[in-house]
Design a protein around this ligand. Sequence first.
Ligand code: FEO
Length: 162
Amino acid sequence: MLSKQMQQALVEQINKEFHSAYIYLGMEAYFENENYKGMSAWMNKQVKEEISHAMKFFRYVYERSGEVSLDTIEKVSVDYKNPLDVFKAGLEHEKFITSSIHGLYDLALAEKDYGTQELLRWYISEQVEEEANFEYIIAMLEKSGDNPGGLMILDEKLGARE
Ligand code: FEO
């Protein structure tokens, strides 16, 4: 059984993961508006990943005989300056989520909640991968600058995301 404090913290994280999905859906909309079809497809995969992160927490709360409540999801933007602006905003958001996951892990350590620690170790690794993905794309976008040929090649490459 989860402590009340841990349950509340996990429920807040479910909201943050759905908010992440919504942020990336806003980015997908921006790429659709600008006809970057590959980047739009990449973001669509990201949206689905975030929903799966939320659902993994959701299932876990019930596995531990807890209950979830579902709060409002904050409004998001569909306006960005360019692809680099989008991925930089994505990286900043992932850093925020990483610190939120670390906060949950600190709480699980303090409570000696070993089951939740085990779950969170998966998210800690996932966050390393998430930040690395955004950092790599930012580096590629910085190399291509405003070169339309470079942007088109990158758009095609990102569209092939598994
Ligand atoms: Fe659910 Fe992108 O972290």
